[in-house]
Every structure is written in C-alpha cells, then in structure tokens.
Design a protein around this ligand. Sequence first.
Ligand SMILES: Cc1cc2nc3c(=O)[nH]c(=O)nc-3n(C[C@H](O)[C@H](O)[C@H](O)COP(=O)(O)OP(=O)(O)OC[C@H]3O[C@@H](n4cnc5c(N)ncnc54)[C@H](O)[C@@H]3O)c2cc1C
Length: 418
Amino acid sequence: MTQAQKTIAIVGAGAAGCLAAIEAKRRMPGSDVRILEAGAAPMAKLALTGGGRCNLTNTFEEVTDLKWVYPRGERLMKRALRQFGAAETMRWFEEEGVRLTEEEGGRIFPASGDARQVVQALERALRRLDISLLCRRRVLSIRPVLPEGRYELRTGSGETFPADAVIVTTGGSPRRSGLSFLDPLDLATVPPVPSLFTLRLSDSGLKALMGTVAPDAVLSIPGTGFKASGPLLLTDWGIGGPATLRLSSYAARYLADCGYGCPVAVNWTGANEQEVRDGLQRLTGGQSRKLAANTPLPGLSARLWSYLLERSGARPDIRWGEFGGKGLNRLISTLTNDVYETTGRAAFKEEFVTCGGVSLDAIHPHTLEAKTHTGLFFAGEVLDIDAVTGGFNLQAAWTTGWICARSTADYCTKSLSL
Ligand SMILES: Cc1cc2nc3c(=O)[nH]c(=O)nc-3n(C[C@H](O)[C@H](O)[C@H](O)COP(=O)(O)OP(=O)(O)OC[C@H]3O[C@@H](n4cnc5c(N)ncnc54)[C@H](O)[C@@H]3O)c2cc1C
C-alpha cells in the first residue's frame, strides 16, 4: 500500500482547515487531501477579520496568564502553543510571502494592512500542493464505516466522500444545529453561545456620553467572580470597548443563561475605594474653593466627571469644600461601584466568536483526535476553545490546525505499517 491511497478529508475551508490541509499534504505528499467547504469560496471569514486587516496572531509578550486570554481551552492551548505557537505562525506566513507588522498589545497584522494577503498566501499554497478544494459542499453527516475504520461524508447535494482520516474545522456556530452533522458520531458537545459582544444598558443617561472612554475601568458582575479591566467605551446603546468585550468573553455562558439581563458594576477609575478616597481628599483639601465639576479626577473626561458627580447626588455647582462625609462616600461609591442593569447584547463589528462546541473531554489533548473515533480530528473554533480579542482566536485556529495535520500524518503512517 502507498500513501497515494490515503484520502484525508477536511471539513471547512477556514483558517484552521486550510492550514491543516497544507501541512497534511506537506507531510504526506502522496496522499489525496480534499477540503469540503459549505460556502462558495474558501476563507470568507478570514478575509473580514480584524476589520479587513486580519489580526492573525499576537506576540503574547503582554500575556501573564493564558487563562485571561483563553477563557475556554486554556490548558489545551498552553500545551499546544509549545508545539506551534506565535513565533512558528509568524515564520510560517513570512515564508509564504506575508510581511508582518506588530501593533500595540502585541497584535500582529500583515504589513499591507490587507487580510486578503493572508487569504491569498493560503490559496497559493493550496494550489501549489494540488489540494482539492470543493466548494458548495456542506457536509451533513460523518459516519464511521466499520469494520474498515474509514469514514463516509455525505454532503447536502447527496454526494458521498470516503476518507481514511477526517479533520473537522467547521468553525463556530452560535446554534446547536451547527453541530448536528456530528450527531452520528455521538461526541460530547458543549452548548454553543456567543462571546465577544457589547452590552446594552437600561440607563438612558449614559447615551449623552456616547464616544466617551474611561481608560482604566473595571467591570464586574456582582455576586459572581467575573471581572474585566481596560478601556471602557460608552456607546449610544450602552457599553463597549476592551473591558466590555473581555467581560462578555469571561462571562459568556453566565450572560446567556440570564438572557443578557443582569447587573454590571462599573469602577470608572480602576482604583480601589481607599485610593479614590485619598485622591479626592487631596482635591477637597487643596482646592476647597474650586468647583468640583471643574476639577475632574485624573483620567476621567470633563463630561463623564460631570455625569458621575450628578449621579452621586452632588449639586452641579458644588465646591470641594462643601462635600460632607456622606456626600464624599456617595461619590466614592459612584466612582468605584456604579451599578447598571444590562438589557441585552449587541454585536461588536460583527466579530463574535462561539463559546462551546466539541467538548475538550471528547478529544485527546496532545493529538486532537476523538477519544472514541480513531482517525477523526478537530481543529479551530468548532472546539470548545475561544479567546478574547487580540489575534488569539486565529492563533488557536493555526495551532490546532497544525497539530491535527501532524496527528493525521502520524495516524496514516501508523495505519500503513499495520
Ligand atoms: C468579523 C470577524 C472578525 C474577526 N477578526 C479576528 C481577528 O482579527 N483576529 C482573530 O484572532 N480572530 C478574529 N475573529 C475570530 C476568527 O475569525 C475565528 O476564530 C477563526 O476564523 C476560526 O477559524 P476556523 O477555521 O475554526 O473557522 P472559520 O474560519 O469560521 O471556518 C470554518 C469554515 O467551515 C465551513 N463550514 C461550516 N460548516 C460546514 C459544513 N458542515 N460542511 C462544510 N463546510 C462547513 C464554513 O463555511 C467556513 O468556511 C473574527 C471573527 C469575525 C466573525
């Protein structure tokens, strides 16, 4: 038997699927690698990533703990990134002719600022390696063919494709029906819910502050451990910006379970009560005759400061010297623990990812092979792995796609030698 007789089917021509196909073919040049893609063209989402600029990875230099980056899949990613991490990814794309540039927060983009360059690099490699890309082929089921140990994939048009090994890279889907093609395999899945979104708030007073940023805010959900910090952007519907996106990621399932209606506490300053008290006392002591409205706490814009003073119950023309103990306490509480009700979620530039998918308990963490089905592998967002913004989601796709390719090659080589 030769490698030419091995057929590897890849389900989904997204980031993970295309990289997995290329790497599988490089390792098994004689094999028949086919990608079955539901859409009319490959990598449609990749072309839109990063607002069309594709934040394809991150240096991870500012990441102190992976759990703040991968709320789901942290342990698996820790191990996986050692095999094919950011440095390997950057080298991979540079070798394919994509010059890269680094931006704030360690975010890596193509220097051209054009996501299509990343797509084209992958397309070129697919062509060069003669990988068949079959578009408009939505896979509706994957069945094991026993006792041969092969798989049969059935598409929407009724065609069937046999395969010796299958890599599933169908991406995220916020609905359970997006995983129904896996039903014949009886794999454990985690119900999918959206992650990375902004929040609607009931308080209409904030609308007037649209466009304002609190640069060092901390958001939390009272009564839970969910907390996220960073710039907070006030929008015409509620709150956005990095702090909100992070909170939506950490608390994705909790927020889904409560129908996106729960209290959210805003610490506008990022400082604790005592630090804010000390800061205010410096202002009240040194500038007692000054209007409080004219001397905002450092870091807060004049508009936001006036709003918060009013929200704490202070008169608009109050002078620092007129604050009593109670008034100061109310202001400190507003600055550090200002509670709003969320009334729903809203899209963040349409960039949501899915929390949930194929359970990590169902796959071997080292090979990404299904525990109950040899020769069946999973990569990318179809797995219960997702990240905050910053290039970490695409890195998960590249990393797991690369590992699946290596595992598939090992599996095929082993089965040839039996
Ligand atoms: C607008 C937007 C912008 C984003 N920007 C960034 C960014 O800048 N940086 C970052 O790190 N992350 C970003 N993300 C997240 C990132 O794009 C995804 O996490 C990543 O694309 C996942 O890769 P994947 O290969 O697993 O899935 P996808 O890229 O979604 O690919 C899955 C493919 O499978 C196909 N498919 C699905 N079901 C079937 C089926 N049954 N049969 C056959 N084919 C099927 C789909 O058509 C699709 O082509 C962004 C997401 C969005 C929505």
